[in-house]
Design a protein around this ligand. Structure first.
Ligand code: HXC
Length: 514
């Protein structure tokens, strides 16, 4: 073959792979409202930056007619590229090729990328759109999944791992996303479940659609498996790009510093808290009034809404924010909100992101349901995560900080570096009503007007304990500050903590209450 013939042959081979499962399969993909794997990579990465590897990999399976089946790229596209100038490793399963099913060669392409991202210290992005283990390849497919899960776990805390569910992600395949840091889902497109509707019908005799079982809304609102929910694939890619700007490439780096910008929130920060201490308000307003450009990327926005977590910048530097949400269940800690906060705290700690905790909660949610669901075990995760974290920990107590809630929300006692409290802070063992009812029980019962006496005792308790000054007197908080001073105190805390060193005791690893 002449040189030119070889070049022509190369282009022909390349085209064959690039067309994936062919026109018909692509049309079917489009009819489902989905982009193709190649389009997804194009939309997500900076133009012209994608470099593809292993496009000529072929499977070696022989059973069930596989010896005669050519599967372009073995159903997955892998490579490296940039997202807004940040280097990333990426793979995208191609549903048009054997339903994106995962055989051994397909898995090896993915694990090669995972090894590469670990070695080179860059985020890994996996786009999942697959019928699961390639049935014809039997145990080799399972081996492939096992190799992926092993690497997901080894990479945890070393490089950020992002999973994008853009089609089915069924059976054991769901455990790769579950082991990664952030899971993105898209309405009507993402479907994630361990056992599908067919199995449920056979085993339990119940009819349920894939959407109701494990659609995007279910994963974002009910199960909490997903961290970001989008209405379209394009919106999902914009969310991923935004996230990548807030996090570092790996655990040896810090997130990029941006040009500092003042908040642009229209309500003055001192006017956000309602006049009455039991009235709700949106903690996100406080966040927006504190952070650069009022730009807050909320994580798990639709699940366990009684706690708010997410990324923002203060003076150009990324911070991870955890705030009780008084608008939902008065901002209590419960099973789900504890899980949500604890995992986020551990992500921030692993990736050198300072933590800012905004406190306003009456404590843990009481009730038989919560006790039986293991609120002790789940709640302990928050204590563990904060105590274990060695990044800069800044806490601002806005209003209520009662009982176990006070301790759990990054108190001085769990190693907070800076604890500030607004004059409106109420720091005590429990709320004034409950406390007065218990400690003045007899006085109230024996008074000529018990209700009047109760009110008087509640007021007495508030006067004495429901303020920040007892805690300040003991040095448990460092400063009582006004809402308007808060941003300045935080900027200063970030500045003076640049060289923070906190070396934890030597051990293989702890045993958190998973
Ligand atoms: C081989 C598969 C496949 C699979 C789909 N295909 N899933 N091939 N192994 N797991 C092929 C189909 O044969 C078909 O090939 C093409 O992909 C498109 O599939 P359709 O069924 O036509 O598409 P659709 O109607 O959209 O349905 C998608 C689907 C369905 C819901 C995902 O294909 C399905 O239920 N697949 C099986 C899912 C499953 O049970 N997987 C195994 C789970 S167990 P042709 O040639 O006709 O185009 C598992 C264990 C992992 O994953 C354990 C790890 C620990």
């Amino acid at each position: 073959m002449s040189f030119l013939d070889r070049v022509r042959d190369f282009f022909q081979r390349k085209k064959t792979v690039e067309i994936g499962g062919g026109e018909q399969a692509i049309e079917k993909q489009k009819k489902m409202g989905k982009l193709t794997a190649r389009e997804r990579i194009q939309y997500l990465l900076d133009p012209g930056t994608f470099h593809e590897y292993d496009m000529f990999v072929e499977h070696k399976a022989e059973d069930f007619g596989m010896d005669k089946k050519f599967l372009p790229g073995d159903g997955v596209i892998t490579g490296t590229g940039n997202i807004l100038g940040h280097p990333v490793c990426i793979y995208a399963q191609d549903f048009t090729v054997a339903g994106g099913s995962l055989g051994l060669a397909h898995a090896k392409k993915i694990t090669k990328m995972m090894d590469h991202s670990m070695r080179m210290g860059m985020p890994l992005i996996g786009i999942n759109d697959s019928g699961g283990a390639r049935i014809q390849e039997g145990v080799n497919s399972l081996a492939g999944y096992g190799e992926i899960f092993f690497r997901n776990t080894r990479a945890s805390g070393v490089i950020p791992q992002i999973s994008v569910i853009l089609g089915p992600c069924a059976g054991g395949a769901v455990y790769s996303p579950a082991l990664t840091d952030f899971v993105f889902v898209v309405d009507k497109i993402s479907k994630m479940f361990i056992t599908g509707p067919e199995v449920i019908k056979t085993v339990l005799g119940e009819e349920i659609s894939m959407e109701e079982l494990g659609g995007a809304r279910v994963q974002a609102e009910i199960s909490g498996n997903a961290h970001f929910y989008a209405e379209s694939e394009q919106e999902c890619f914009e969310q991923i790009k935004r996230l990548v700007t807030f996090i570092p490439w790996n655990n040896r780096k810090k997130a990029d510093k941006f040009q500092p910008k003042p908040p642009i929130f229209d309500k003055p920060i001192a006017e956000i808290l309602p006049k009455e201490p039991n009235e709700p308000y949106d903690i996100r307003d406080v966040i927006k009034a504190l952070v650069d450009n009022s730009d807050f990327l909320e994580v798990q926005e639709h699940w366990a809404k009684n706690i708010v977590i997410g990324f923002a910048r203060i003076n150009g530097e990324t911070v991870g924010i955890v705030g009780n949400q008084p608008m939902v269940l008065a901002g209590v800690l419960d099973v789900d909100s504890s899980d949500k906060a604890a995992r986020f705290i551990r992500f921030c700690d692993a990736f050198n992101i300072p933590l800012l905790t905004l406190v306003d909660l009456p404590g843990y949610l009481p009730g038989v349901d919560q006790e039986h669901a293991g609120v002790i075990r789940h709640g302990a995760k928050v204590l563990y995560a904060y105590s274990e974290a060695t990044v800069l920990k800044m806490t601002v107590i806005l209003r209520k900080a009662y009982g176990g809630g006070y301790i759990a929300m990054c108190s001085r006692h769990l190693g907070a570096d800076f604890v500030f409290a607004w004059p409106s802070a109420e720091i005590a063992v429990m709320g004034p009503e409950g406390a007065a009812n218990i400690i003045f029980k007899n006085e109230i019962a024996n008074a000529p007007n018990p209700e009047e006496m109760r009110k008087q005792k509640v007021a007495e308790y508030i006067e004495k304990f429901a303020n920040p000054y007892k805690a300040a007197a003991n040095g448990y908080i460092d400063a009582v500050i006004t809402p308007e001073e808060t941003r300045d105190f935080l900027i200063h805390a970030l500045w003076v903590s640049q060289n923070k060193e906190d070396v934890p005791p030597k051990k293989k690893h702890g045993v958190p209450p998973f």
